[in-house]
Write a protein that binds this ligand. Structure first.
Ligand code: SAH
Length: 503
């Protein structure tokens, strides 16, 4: 049977894609329908027909799925940030567990029996809302000419006004309303992407969940000699009524671009950074906090995990999988501001971090110093360049390698070098289980065995899922490399001296 655009149909949703769209079949022909949940019977309108599948829009839920719940947010369909908010949280966790499992089997080529034996249950949240410590709101103007802030309607750049996102903290709404009131009263304009005119572009809010400290950064199109906002003190006076306000800054972005942040940050009140602490927990005992916390300084531009409650669990799992006794040399690739590295440092002999963004490496070094950690060193560069270079030229050694790459996974040159270095353990932290599965296949082809897998729900209500994997070296090669118990600096010096001695 042929289907046509705009036709309405009744379908039963019997499956879901990894991106959270419901899948319903009509005589074997699949329809992908956003906002439906497995188990729904729904009326849909056909939006696009392809040769072997079609897309539909949910018109009406006829019989709700037993997994359907009333979403908290009235904008969830327009926004698209929370793809599965109308699914019960228990089912969301099941969905994510299945997503990781399927990727490991289908892309990684692992036997389902093996995965079912080693995969532990996903780590969920007790309260799956209000978990984000960072919010970025675009600012614009409505038809009446008033400033608004909210979110971009799915795949567009038009702003839907909404100051209450249930993933963020309670203070966000109050802060946004203060800024909007200030703009109205002082006739401060919102930036207009189409003309490049107007002043306020975005509001960035961060909170240290442990310290309670709050940071507000207004991204502004301040040009030329203009150093501050009109009636800036009035804005500050109001922002300072928010308890624990710690840092207020302007980020100058005068470029015609969708990139949110510009280069320059001008502090207008308080401290340049806020602090947050992540505690070491016992991953094998219900994530009870055991160790001391590591405190990180966070600036408006720092990369920092957005869900601190779950980050603590994720890092503790990575630490547990690393199996450290205090004797190990560990490389932490894609280390960001050194969050995992500093976690590992307490239990390792030495930790070396590699990260491509120089500013993040600077933060990592500062965080090491402020936490009194002296056995961690950081290198700027691409993991796939730094690691092979250091291995080939300097014969570096690792007992354990931890990787936490971006969505695209590890570069082949990086995986190759890991195989050559042959550490006893590899811990892979991944935010995309498809590229994780692809990379695990390479590592297992090169002599590693997947021992443990556990998913962590860092982003409830969305389809995102983080996974931690522990691989052991099947061959466990004898130690033929130089074992680094010295700092890299000392190591280079001794090598240099060695060379001179030979001459
Ligand atoms: N482990 C950190 C950061 C993980 S995000 C944490 O949990 O906070 C991934 C990091 O990899 C980012 O900081 C990104 O800048 C960095 N990155 C991206 N490509 C890279 C590459 N080729 N080599 C090294 N680092 C890279």
């Amino acid at each position: 049977m042929d289907y046509e655009k705009n036709q309405t149909l009744t379908v039963e949703i019997t499956d879901m894609t990894s991106e959270g769209e419901g899948v319903g079949k009509k005589d074997g022909f699949p329809f992908f329908v956003k906002d439906t949940i497995i188990g729904d019977k729904a009326e849909i309108r056909v939006t696009r027909v392809k040769k072997s599948y079609a897309y539909g829009r949910l018109e009406k839920v006829l019989t709700p799925s037993p997994f359907r719940v009333e979403p908290k947010c009235t904008f969830h369909r327009q926004c698209g940030g929370c793809q599965i908010q109308s699914m019960s949280y228990e089912k969301q966790l099941e969905f994510k567990q299945a997503k990781v499992r399927n990727n490991l089997i289908r892309i990684g080529g692992f036997a389902s029996e093996k995965i079912d034996k080693i995969m532990e249950p996903i780590v969920g949240m007790e309260e799956p809302f209000y978990y984000r410590n960072k919010a970025q709101y675009p600012v614009g103007t409505n038809r009446e000419g008033e400033p608004i802030t909210g979110f971009y309607a799915g795949r567009t750049h038009s702003i839907v006004a909404n100051t209450q996102c249930y993933l963020g903290t309670n203070e966000n709404k109050e802060i946004l309303e203060i800024i909007l009131a200030y703009m109205k009263e002082n006739k401060v304009s919102a930036y207009d992407e189409t003309t490049g005119k107007g002043l306020i572009r975005h509001v960035l809010i961060r909170k240290g969940f442990c310290s309670g400290e709050i940071m507000v950064c207004l991204v502004v199109n301040l040009k030329g000699k203009q150093r501050e906002l009109p009636a800036q003190q009035k804005l500050l006076d109001r922002l300072l009524t928010i308890p624990n306000m710690t840092s207020v800054s302007l980020n100058i972005n005068t470029e015609r671009t969708n990139v949110i942040l510009g280069q320059e940050i001008r502090l207008i009140w308080g401290k340049e950074t806020i602090q947050d602490t992540i505690h070491v927990c016992d991953a094998d005992n219900n994530f009870e906090r055991t160790g001391r916390g590591i405190t990180y300084a966070i600036s408006p531009v720092s990369f920092y995990q957005v869900n601190p409650a779950q980050t603590e669990k994720l890092y503790s799992l990575a630490l547990s999988y690393a199996g450290l006794t205090g004797q190990e040399t560990v490389w932490d690739l894609y280390c960001g501001i050194g969050t995992i590295s500093l976690f590992l440092a307490e239990k390792a002999k030495r930790v070396y971090g590699v990260e491509v963004i120089p500013q993040a490496v600077e933060n990592a070094r500062e965080n090491a110093v402020s936490n009194g950690i002296t056995n961690a060193e950081f290198f700027v560069g691409k993991a796939e360049e730094v690691l092979p270079q250091k291995y080939e030229k300097e014969g570096i050694f690792a007992d354990v390698i931890v990787v936490d790459p971006p969505r695209k996974g590890c570069d082949n040159a990086c995986l190759d070098t890991i195989l050559k270095m042959a550490p006893k353990r590899v811990v892979y932290v991944s935010c995309d289980s498809a590229t994780l599965a692809r990379d695990l296949k390479v590592l297992c082809g090169g002599g590693y065995e997947v021992e443990r897998v556990r998913a962590v729900d860092m982003f409830p209500m969305t389809v995102g899922v983080e996974t931690v994997v522990f691989l052991s070296n099947r061959k466990s090669k004898p130690d033929t490399h130089v074992k680094l118990s010295l700092s890299m600096d000392d190591y280079y010096r001794i090598k240099e001296e060695g060379k001179n001695n030979q001459i």
